[in-house]
Write a protein that binds this ligand. Structure first.
Ligand SMILES: Nc1ncnc2c1ncn2[C@@H]1O[C@H](COP(=O)(O)OP(=O)(O)O)[C@@H](O)[C@H]1O
Ligand SMILES: [Mg+2]
Length: 338
């Protein structure tokens, strides 16, 4: 009865009545590693229909790791206070087998589906990137300010309004109220190196910079439909390339020099030196463009190769006052200057 393994997935519960028979479950909206989310409908006495999203989790035994995670998800999601870009958890219900988390329904689905849909694209749309990614940053800042660290930020855990104008951070299933932790949790491509390096498995790491790293991977996905690497470890060729030369990002992502500089500060290996959330918020809003200009890109063999306008780059870097950035430009800047 208490098996939470993915080998015991949540069945199709369409038609089931929950919450003292007030909410009926309809079609599946999505599935994750832990739960299955259904559209739920409440019919009020005046015949008004209210839509919810109902996340169904297989009930875990109290005191077990899964049981503690489920209780934490509810407690942190409920208690962090309202924010326009955090999906609201309204009620919870349970029966012998399942726990039901009753949340706001977001008809646009997840950011992951949104990026993959080809209906609306962020590519080339700076204003939309600033608005939507800005909302995600505001939401995560709100969580951190309330002592909640998400630990599984990724496009699947960000919901969208139908028109793509609003984003909502969701899925607090791996969140923590502790500032730091011992164990690597989350989803590999979004994990910061300090969460996955085997040599550091026994070291504690701060959750706030790890969330910032995940936000950097999300920004890459938004502006280019690509992730920069599969995992932030030297076993990954793209990550290895980035470690040798942070500006190699521009060779496989169609990003501007300015976006590349910012991303290299987000993907700072030392969590203590990584750009902090408030600075990231300000820098995103002040960004001239996230995208490589038309003269910067050449398309060859299906890969995007970036050729920088040497003069433009030199001018831009001459105007950068922060010495740390200039030092970081290192080999790459010398190379284009040759
Ligand atoms: N409030 C919601 N409105 C619409 N779709 C949702 C909502 N919540 C979740 N989903 C869909 O269900 C998927 C899984 O939900 P999530 O809470 O991330 O579960 P898990 O903990 O199993 O990962 C999401 O990626 C999304 O597609
Ligand atoms: Mg999820």
């Amino acid at each position: 009865m208490f098996n939470t393994s993915p080998r015991h997935p949540i069945p199709d519960l369409r038609g089931r009545a929950i919450y003292v028979d007030q909410i009926i479950l309809h079609e599946t909206l999505g599935k994750g590693a832990f739960g299955r989310v259904f559209r739920g409908e409440m019919v009020r006495p005046n015949n008004q229909h209210t839509q919810f999203a109902v996340k169904v989790l297989r009930k875990a035994q109290a005191g077990t790791r899964a049981g503690i995670a489920q209780a934490t998800e509810q407690a942190l999601h409920c208690n962090m206070g309202e924010h326009p870009n955090v999906s609201s958890l309204h009620f919870a219900d349970a029966d012998e087998e399942f726990t039901y988390l009753i949340m706001d329904y977001c008809p646009g689905g997840s950011l992951h589906e949104f990026i993959g849909s080809n209906k609306v694209t962020f590519v080339g749309n700076d204003e939309m990137v600033k608005r939507v990614f800005g909302q995600i940053l505001d939401a995560v800042h709100h969580c951190h300010s309330n002592g909640v660290y998400h630990r599984d930020l990724k496009p699947d855990n960000i919901l969208m309004s139908k028109d793509g104008a609003q984003a909502f951070v969701t899925d607090f299933g791996l969140s923590s109220s502790a500032r730091s932790g011992w164990h690597a949790v989350g989803t590999l491509p979004y994990q910061a190196p300090e969460c996955i390096y085997s040599t550091m498995l026994n070291a504690q790491y701060d959750h706030a910079p790890a969330d910032v790293w995940a936000l950097g991977v999300i920004l890459c996905a938004i502006i280019s439909n690509c992730r920069p690497w599969n995992f932030a470890d030297d076993g990954d060729a793209n990550f290895q390339r980035f470690r040798a030369d942070p500006y190699s990002l521009m060779e496989h992502l169609p990003i501007s020099v300015e976006a590349c500089v910012l991303l290299s500060e987000v993907f700072e290996l030392d969590p203590d030196s990584r750009v902090r959330l408030p600075e990231l918020q300000a820098r995103v809003q002040g960004m001239k463009t996230f995208f490589g200009g038309s003269g910067d890109l050449t398309y060859r063999r299906g890969l995007i190769h970036v050729e920088l306008d040497k003069l433009g780059a030199a001018e831009m870097f001459a105007s950068v006052e922060e010495p740390k950035w200039k030092q970081k430009l290192g080999g790459w800047f010398n190379r284009i200057g040759q």
